[in-house]
Design a protein around this ligand. Sequence first.
Ligand code: CMC
Length: 428
Amino acid sequence: MADTLTITDNRTGKQYDLPIKDGFIKATDLKQIKTETDDAGLATYDPAFMNTASCRSRITFIDGDKGILEYRGYPIEQLAEHSTFLETAYLIIFGELPTQAQLVEWTNQITFHTMLHENIKKLMEGFQYDAHPMGVFLSTVGACSAFYPDAKNIFDEQSRRKQTQRLIAKVPTIAAYAYRHSIGRPYNNPDNDLSFTGNFLNMLFRMTELKYKANPVLERALEVLFILHADHEQNCSTSAMRGIGSSHVDPYSAMAGAAAALYGPLHGGANEAVLRMLTEIGSVDNIPGFIKRVKMGEGRLMGFGHRVYKSYDPRAKIIKQTADAVFEVTGKNPLLDIALELERIALQDEYFVTRKLYPNVDFYSGLIYQAMGFPVAMFPVLFAIPRTAGWIAQWEEMLLDPEQKIARPKQVYIGSARRDYVSRDQRG
Ligand code: CMC
């Protein structure tokens, strides 16, 4: 017998059998539950989508209680150990690990698209020197919509492939230019002999040397961080990408919105907020006082807690190991001791234990980025670069899913009942 949910409506005494598929009922199946033939039927109320699936997806699997994260079935731990960012991006977007030949072709395609149009550079020059790089990043991604009008052809597979290559290839260049602009240094052109992360570091940090060669440990650490951030199923920014994309706008416009969602301190801006928090705490002695204030509701312990993970975020575990390798090269980040002690205290504290609040991906990533020489304001941008792969994959899956339509949630209206307009002179 098929799984069903039987509902008795006490208002009418009627019974309904709703099919259960993959552990979900369809919200639209509730519409048949009515008291009058012409009422709109029953619906669900779910602010912040706490218990509602908005799509069926084949991309990323998370088991938040067990701390499992898989891209297309491959455990994140194995990808972080053996893969590269470009290979993982290919896996996320196309569904399978590439063959040798496919990887060579994919790498060439990405390499071919790393340059920015000179007018995009001019546009970026228009920002003030103190503009936040994430604001510059998301505006420039949006501006690409105007530079690549062919991106409108979203149902043309060739066009989607082209925009995919452009987006993955150009986001590091945009990010690096945003950084160079903020410190008043000339832009470095991409060096296509280098790896994806090696080239990114080149565009950020090359000075007068003819050829920039990043420290291989740091280049690999960035690769691992990029793999860890490449997708995370239906989070706030991905939902924004899907929601905006569902209006059939071009992917650059949709991604500008996704990047904007990522910018917020509760999402991709959290790594920046963690660093500012650790700096503000200043010393291990100040931790008990800080924890006390958090428990009294005066602010949050940034980098802790997650909507989905109710155990240790598997990405945070990998990042902690990566941090050790990076600090061997750069020297220890002095804020590490504060972070470790904060984690130790929080993991024993009843407030955090009962709420299942554990370190998330952002708790340690900022410490690594800072040790590598990135300014704090660049942290959300460093999240956006790899997440581009996930956004594109999720956008394309949404576009090709026959069950999807323009996203349009319902509301429960609680405002005034109908009333007549009162003329200005009668309003006192
Ligand atoms: N510090 C202190 N208390 C917290 C924290 C925190 N970081 N996170 C949640 N809580 C408390 C919260 O006050 C609530 O307590 P109560 O039940 O007494 O009201 C309870 O835990 C449940 O929290 P919630 O806000 O209902 O949980 P949520 O699923 O809506 O929020 C979250 C998830 C990530 C927004 C939240 O944990 C948070 O604000 N964390 C800090 C910001 C952060 O690190 N964000 C990065 C997320 S991982 C990277 C990414 O994917 O973006």
